[in-house]
Ligand binder design. Structure first.
Ligand code: WQD
Length: 386
């Protein structure tokens, strides 16, 4: 059992691949708040340097200082630091640069870099296999070159497919139903093989259910590009008037009100779960750990809609339409292992999710683009240099 976010372990320098994305930026903030030094490598294909500039602001770090092309950092007198490096997880050169950032010393990796849109994965399977699987091979090779054997992997409940098991334990069969899910299963298999191939590997596979919401400051949040595939960001955009109405995919599911039931967890609960998993890996002997990260509570589409309206004093237009292909009726976690092994459980309610998600959307109707034209990272470095 870990009795604190860091497990009482000495605070370390960690590398977050894809750390400028939704989950990555919130996890960067949680790790900085627990005293870690954070290095982020991101290609900005689905992440924003502005998100991390705001993370630096929220955690009291100084302004960005450009250290080299595509490499800049912010630091605090008490030792916390955030370094941002533009890089592609499939590039050995970029990965070596990330590990050698300044004076090196990366002791753990949290691997968020990957593509995650189910529909897109069916249209572009090769791209998904390349980024998600080949990217992880390159990362593991780089970890070997730099003597780092501690890894937290961003996995997904999508692995369980359309199971009828409610709630879903980690021992449920893995039956992915789309290329995105197959790549996650392949990476989990790869990491299992690596963990048993040599002593010393400390690996946590974290299977997220439905991460939603935003940091309560309203300064960072989910910023999907184009039309959101997922319910919560779409709902937020309807509330902001960016979308005309919510389409509820199916009203005839075998659930209480006929709409799909999911396990929504606040992104800050998820971020803190990463800190606990890291602390456990650092405090305990080498192991491979698989954990569901979810609330254990299911809520239907209409329940989420009503909670969003009640919490924020809004009335949102919606229409019940056909089911979405590939959907299941219910997907809810059994999160008891995460509580037992690392003392983690969700602490924030559905109302907290709706309040914080709306605070972000209302303050940033165009996401990070609301901050004005997105300057190239070099420019951000220049603007805040010295
Ligand atoms: C939630 C519910 C829809 C949109 C997906 C990925 C999964 C993971 C989380 C990465 C369902 C309904 C949705 C809309 C709707 N991502 N819905 N109208 O499908 O549970 O999981 O995101 O790991 O891999 O598959 O999330 O938000 O798309 O759907 O009615 O416009 O909302 O049918 O019941 P999902 P979702």
């Amino acid at each position: 059992m870990i009795d604190s976010l860091t497990g009482g372990h000495s605070l370390t320098k960690v590398l977050l691949t894809g750390g400028a994305g939704f989950i990555g930026s919130h996890t960067s903030l949680a790790l900085l708040e627990s005293g870690h030094q954070v290095v982020v490598m991101d290609d900005f294909s689905n992440g924003s340097a502005e998100a991390l500039r705001r993370v630096a602001e929220l955690t009291g770090l100084g302004p960005w200082r450009q250290d080299a092309t595509d490499h800049w950092s912010a630091s605090a007198p008490v030792g916390g630091s955030l370094t941002l490096i533009r890089g592609d997880v499939r590039s050995q050169q970029d990965l070596d640069r990330a590990f050698q950032d300044g004076n090196g010393g990366i002791s753990a990796v949290l691997h968020f870099a990957g593509l995650k849109a189910v529909g897109e994965s069916m249209a572009e399977p090769l791209r998904y296999w390349d980024v998600n699987v080949t990217g992880t091979v390159r990362l593991l090779e780089a970890m070997g070159r730099h003597g780092c054997q501690t890894l937290v992997f961003s996995s997904s409940a999508t692995l369980y497919g359309t199971t009828d098991t409610v709630p879903i334990p980690e021992t449920a069969p893995l039956q992915p139903i789309n290329p995105y899910g197959y790549t996650k299963a392949a990476v989990e298999r790869m990491l299992t093989d690596v963990a048993s191939s040599a002593p010393g590997w400390r690996i946590a596979l974290l299977r997220y259910f439905n991460p939603v919401g935003a940091h309560p400051s309203g300064r960072i949040g989910e910023d999907p590009s184009g039309r959101p595939n997922n319910l919560f960001p779409f709902l937020c955009q309807v509330a902001a008037g960016c979308r005309q109405q919510l389409e509820v995919f199916g009203g005839d599911w075998p659930t209480g009100d006929g709409t799909g039931v999911r396990d929504y967890l606040h992104v800050m609960d998820l971020a803190e779960g990463h800190g606990r998993a890291l602390g456990l890996l650092q405090a305990e002997p080498p192991q491979l750990l698989t954990l569901n990260l979810g609330s254990g509570q299911g809520h239907s589409v209409l329940e989420l809609l009503r909670t969003f309206e009640t919490t924020n004093g809004l009335t949102l237009p919606y229409a019940v339409v056909e089911r979405r292909p590939g959907d299941s009726a219910v997907s809810v976690a059994d999160p008891s292992q995460a509580e037992r092994r690392m003392g983690w459980r969700t602490r924030r309610s559905l109302a907290d999710i709706c309040r914080d998600g709306w605070a972000w959307q209302r303050a940033n109707p165009q996401g990070y683009r609301s901050a004005g034209p997105q300057p190239a990272p070099e420019l951000i470095g220049a603007q805040h240099g010295s």
